[in-house]
Design a protein around this ligand. Structure first.
Ligand code: PYC
Length: 312
């Protein structure tokens, strides 16, 4: 099994370029279901300790269903699977370019939640046109033991988010532990209160938003991921969900199509985001960020290794 590791604005991506499970053909959504049902040990092996860490997002490259797409990709993490992952898609684009499989220019990636467009602007700079994003519920209040009443929006940006304006402690890196603890209890309360996305989907990412540190950015965020890690990047699916909440079509009148929104992460890295409205009136976010290759590795599996499939 061969992988290439990169980071996008600080957040790691591990692209499996060889030796992954054969999931057959057909829609990537169906192959992702097969992955979950029959090959979950591979997910753990690929991203969990001792070979990985809680922060790594894995990306399994698959043959695309449509041969004009650059690749199919299934994103996964330390506890399960992601619909889309913008930082991961930027990592995949930079990796495919590094391997000489795609050039500068526009390509398509097939994901379990839809086709996204990748615009490779340079060896380390990519813009992703994400899946349509929308706000599903506005100003939902939950009573959280230890925090009091917390209000936020439930929105989709390729994953489900609870977006909170403000944070229980300042959005600085030194507060990552407290922010993570707060996000975790909010997520637990959302689950207890049965606050879900469409079709009862779990709202498994929590995002706090506050003022940016740099003068030219619009906002800083902290995004808590399903497996307890925090996103070092500004989390592109969360930024997409945020854009949907700010967009004029939903009456917030805070952001118009084409307006630029610079989202800063908890470590100060950034995505530059805009959106357009498609022919069906849907919000299509576009996120621009950088990724850098960190390592190329071949995994070794020794049969007597008690942790051959990772530590869960
Ligand atoms: O950038 O969309 C993103 C993302 C999702 C989870 C981690 N990063």
């Amino acid at each position: 099994m061969r992988v290439i590791d990169s980071h996008t604005e600080g957040e790691p991506t591990r692209v499996v370029i060889d030796g992954g499970p054969d999931l057959g053909h057909g829609p990537i959504r169906e192959r992702a279901t097969k992955f979950r049902q029959t090959e979950d040990a591979f997910r753990r092996l690929a991203v969990n300790e001792p070979r990985g860490s809680d922060a790594i997002v894995g990306a399994l490259l698959c043959e695309p269903e449509d041969s004009s797409s650059a690749a199919g990709v299934i994103f996964f993490n330390n506890v399960g699977y992601l619909g889309m992952c913008v930082h991961g898609a930027i990592g995949v684009a930079v990796t495919l370019n590094y391997l000489g499989r795609i050039g500068i220019g526009i390509h398509q990636l097939e994901t379990p939640v839809g086709i996204v467009q990748i615009d490779v602007l340079g060896p380390n700079q990519v813009a992703i046109e994400n899946v349509p994003s929308f706000r599903y519920r506005t100003n939902v209040s939950v009573d959280v033991p230890s925090l009091g009443t917390i209000s936020g929006d439930v929105a989709w940006g390729g994953n489900w988010f609870f977006l909170v304006d403000g944070a229980p402690v300042p959005l600085i890196r030194a507060n990552v532990r407290q922010l993570s603890d707060a996000a975790e209890v909010i997520r637990d309360q959302l689950e207890r209160d049965e606050v879900t996305g469409t079709d009862g989907a779990m709202v498994d990412h929590i995002a706090f938003f506050g003022p940016a540190e740099s003068e030219d950015a619009n906002s800083r965020n902290f995004v808590y991921c399903p497996g307890g890690a925090y996103d070092r990047s500004p989390c592109g699916t969360s930024t997409s969900a945020k854009l949907a909440c700010l967009a004029e079509v939903f009456n917030d009148n805070k952001l118009q199509p084409g307006d630029v929104w610079i989202q800063e992460s908890i470590i100060g890295s950034r995505f530059t985001a805009t959106f357009r409205i498609d022919d069906s009136g849907r919000i299509i976010p576009c996120l621009n960020g950088r990724a850098f290759i960190c390592s190329e590795a071949s995994f070794v599996m020794q049969p007597d290794d008690p942790y051959i499939n990772g530590i869960t």
